[in-house]
Design a protein around this ligand. Structure first.
Ligand code: G5P
Ligand code: MG
Length: 223
């Protein structure tokens, strides 16, 4: 599909709900630019930037990075892709961040992946990632072609420091208390679309159909 006007989308859902996995499919199908706050933070940690070193403890303990730091970081990255359609993954995750985003951009649609907490933990402890690209694998769900190595580059895969069972529990708590209110914020604005299920392959066709219609209607409004 060729996008005729800039579309601004957000993908939300608890840790492990499949935001990264579904984002990969959205990027491939619709060509939006994927901006993942977690990938950006992990790239900073890996490159040992001042920000990465400061935020590492916070992330490894499953706590959210301070709002002002996160908002400045993401809004400056968004300014760099101002003329493209984008999909934000992992931001906003507090009301403060949602308001900061609203002050700068109007969001067309928010895709909410509603996946039960019970099935998430196992997914995360068997996740492997390709750090430079953010590509995600899973030993059970979508294993790499060669065990331990990225399909596209052949580079080694790593496990995330915050994917231990204890830290996942803390991340789910932070989601419940700090991020769930953001769903209500977007529901009241009429832009929230929720997709419930336990398997990405069953959720994805519904997301794809929804986005095809949504992107067509956004473009028609402009024409
Ligand atoms: P992140 O990086 O944003 P989370 O916790 O929001 O991290 P996460 O863990 O990246 O979210 P996801 O992207 O929703 O999860 O899920 P995924 O990676 O696609 O899928 C999870 C696993 O399940 C993968 O192995 C995948 O292959 C597998 N899978 C997918 N579908 C299925 C399925 O149907 N079946 C099975 N069996 N498996 C499946 O944030 C990390 C940290 O950074 C900080 C915080 O400290 C945060 O904890 N941070 C922020 N702090 C403040 N404000 C912000 N805005 C911040 N953003 C990040
Ligand atoms: Mg992710």
């Amino acid at each position: 599909m060729v996008l005729q006007r800039i579309v601004r989308a957000v993908i939300m859902g608890p840790p492990g709900s499949g935001k990264g996995t579904v984002s990969g499919r959205i990027v491939k199908t619709f060509g939006l630019k994927h901006i993942s706050s977690g990938d950006i933070l992990r790239a900073n940690i890996n490159a040992r930037t001042e920000l990465g070193l400061l935020m590492k403890a916070c992330i490894d303990q499953g706590q959210l990075v301070p709002d002002d730091v996160m908002s400045r970081l993401i809004l400056s990255d968004l300014r760099a892709v101002d003329q493209s359609s984008w999909l934000l993954d992992g931001f906003p995750r507090t009301i403060y961040q949602a308001e900061a985003l609203d002050d700068a951009y109007s969001v067309d649609t928010v895709i909410n992946l509603n996946v039960p907490f019970e099935i998430i933990k196992q997914r995360l402890t068997s996740r492997w990632i390709h750090l430079p690209s953010g590509r995600v694998y899973n030993i059970d769900f979508n294993p790499p072609k060669v065990s331990g190595f990225d399909d596209a580059t052949g580079e080694p895969l790593v496990q995330r420091a915050d994917d231990t069972p204890e830290t996942v529990t803390r991340r789910l708590k932070a989601y419940k208390t700090q991020t769930e209110p953001v769903l209500e914020y977007y529901r009241s604005k009429g832009v929230l679309e929720t997709f419930s299920g336990t398997e990405t392959n069953k959720i994805w066709p519904h997301v794809e159909t929804f986005l095809s219609r949504k992107l067509t209607s956004v473009n028609q409004k402009v024409a």
